[in-house]
Structures are given as structure tokens and as C-alpha cells.
Design a protein around this ligand. Structure first.
Ligand SMILES: Nc1ncnc2c1ncn2[C@@H]1O[C@H](COP(=O)(O)OP(=O)(O)OP(=O)(O)O)[C@@H](O)[C@H]1O
Length: 274
């Protein structure tokens, strides 16, 4: 289904992605983990052709997507929708119009300029918002929503393209733990219910373990781990993050904890001990 062979991207002499190879034979939810600069974003950007590869192959359903040009390349970009850490919505535009922007690839500039969307698309957008639990916000401006709700709008926009693959680049990095959980659950459901492949770059181990079927660990552009959540032991994680014996999983955790409450207690205790 997806075969990546010796995929490499160099910026000058530095290889940001260095001979990455792996094979995925069915739609799965895949987490790519690794510290900042490991090459995770560059990999996703090559996959949906935002960045050209320096070397290697990336085959999806037998087609080398790296050699696609023109209309075929645009079709591929529509087949593999991307969502980003910062949502990339139009803040002052209402939610449903933001979602309808997901159909831009197949519409003329004129109809887009005048916001002339077919009724069928409007119904589809509202149905998708309903699936993601945010249809009651359809008429609000995107900027009026919480981060987690905005990210679900971005997922809805991606779903308007009816993609085969969803690429999510740090989708929860800007969210608090509660919103992060809602967004990860939405991505998981899209995979489970629609059978779409989801590939998400994640900073945190516990999120990857909890939501993904397979985890790929990258370090300095290379794949240093490829396995199931159960195989991702603390020792392996230490290797992926290039950390020493003092490595603590908590440092990469998004577990729901009441941080503010803990900090408030710590501040109070600090005052008492002065
Ligand atoms: N356009 C670019 N020009 C030069 N170097 C780049 C460019 N894009 C990425 N890099 C370098 O490639 C390496 C991998 O970057 P990349 O953004 O893919 O890592 P990442 O694992 O996604 O990290 P982060 O989580 O911080 O985004 C880094 O050393 C980065 O500085």
C-alpha cells in the first residue's frame, strides 16, 4: 500500500531525511516520533509533495508519487490531505466556509471568490462537522473556537477532500491535554470508521502508544525504530530521543493532569517554606 524506499532529503550537505525505508501493507494509524529536528516534518512534506525529495522512492498503491506532475500531482495532494499544528484556518471566516475550502482543488476561482458552493457540498460539510461533534459551531467565526475545536475544523476541511491518507504534522502540539485527547480521538475514529490511513508526527510517546497501531521512531533523519506500541520500551525510547539514563517518559507526556492546580500548590508550598 505504502512503500518508502531509501527516501532522502538533503538541505545543502545535511541530510534531513536519510535513506528512510519502510513498508505499510494496509491502512493503519501510524505515529512518527522523535525529537525536534529528527526529520518528521520533512518526511510528511515529501510525502504530499510540498517538498521534493533528493533521492529515493515513495510508492502508494504501486505508483511512485514522487514523479507525479501537473494534474496527477494535484490529485495526489488531494488524496493525501494535510493538517498542521497551527490549524491554518481563515480566522475571521465562519466554520462552515473554512470547511468548504477543502473543496478548492476541484472548483473554479470564480465560484470560490463569490462563495458559491453547491448545496450538496454544504450538506456534506455540515455532516462532517456533526461527525466531529462541532456542528453547533458551524456559523461562528473560526477564531471564536477553542484550539481543539479549530483543529477539528481543520480535520473536517481535510475530510471534504475525501482523502485516502491524512497527514498530521504535530496536530496536538499547540493544545492543552484535554483538547489534545479530543483531536487524537477524532483522528483515530476517522481511521477506524473510514479506513483511511493516518500518519501523525507526534512529540509525545504516550500519545503515540495510546492511539497508533505502529510507531516509527526517527533520529537524525534515520529510522531507528519501527514497531508496535508494545515494542516501544523505555530503553528504545531513550535511543530514539538520544537521551541518557536519566531519561524520563514524563518529559514527553501529554497525559491529562491538572497542571495549573499542581503549580498553584507548589507556589503555595514555596511561600510557606520561605
Ligand atoms: N527548508 C529547510 N532548509 C534547510 N534546512 C531545513 C529546512 N527544513 C528543515 N531543515 C532541517 O532539516 C532537519 C529536519 O527538520 P524537520 O522540520 O523535518 O524536523 P522535525 O523532526 O519535524 O522537527 P520539529 O518537530 O521541530 O518540526 C532540521 O535540522 C532542520 O533544521
Amino acid at each position: 500500500m505504502l512503500e518508502v524506499k531509501s527516501l532522502t532529503k538533503r538541505f545543502g550537505t545535511k541530510a534531513a531525511v536519510d535513506k528512510v525505508s519502510f513498508h505499510i501493507d494496509r491502512p493503519m494509524m501510524i505515529g512518527i516520533i522523535g525529537r525536534s529536528g529528527a526529520g518528521k516534518s520533512t518526511f510528511l512534506r515529501m510525502m504530499n509533495r510540498l517538498t521534493d525529495a533528493s533521492e529515493g522512492e515513495l510508492l502508494f498503491e504501486g505508483r511512485n508519487v514522487l514523479s507525479l506532475k501537473g494534474a496527477e500531482k494535484r490529485q495526489w495532494q488531494s488524496d493525501c490531505a494535510m493538517i498542521f499544528q497551527q490549524f491554518n484556518l481563515v480566522p475571521r471566516m465562519d466554520v462552515v466556509s473554512n470547511v468548504l475550502h477543502g473543496t478548492l482543488g476541484r472548483r473554479s476561482t470564480l465560484t470560490t471568490m463569490f462563495n458559491l458552493y453547491p448545496e450538496e457540498d454544504i450538506h456534506k460539510a455540515i455532516d462532517i462537522l456533526g461527525r466531529l461533534g462541532i456542528s453547533e459551531h458551524a456559523e461562528k467565526r473560526a477564531e471564536a473556537l477553542s484550539g481543539g475545536q479549530q483543529q477539528r475544523v481543520a480535520i473536517a476541511r481535510a475530510l471534504m477532500q475525501d482523502p485516502k491518507v491524512i497527514l498530521a504534522d504535530e496536530p496536538i502540539a499547540s493544545l492543552d491535554p484535554m483538547n489534545a485527547q479530543t483531536v487524537m480521538e477524532a483522528l483515530r475514529r476517522i481511521h477506524d470508521e473510514d479506513g483511511r490511513m493516518v500518519i501523525a508526527n507526534l512529540h509525545t510517546l504516550d500519545t503515540a502508544r495510546r492511539y497508533c497501531d505502529r510507531i516509527i521512531g526517527m533520529r537524525d533523519g534515520r529510522v531507528v525504530f519501527d514497531g508496535t506500541p508494545a515494542q516501544l520500551t523505555t530503553g528504545v525510547a531513550r535511543d530514539i530521543y538520544g537521551a541518557g539514563a536519566d531519561f524520563s517518559e514524563a518529559a514527553t507526556s501529554t497525559e491529562i493532569r491538572d497542571h495549573e492546580a499542581v503549580e498553584a500548590v507548589e507556589r503555595r508550598l514555596a511561600k510557606l517554606t520561605v
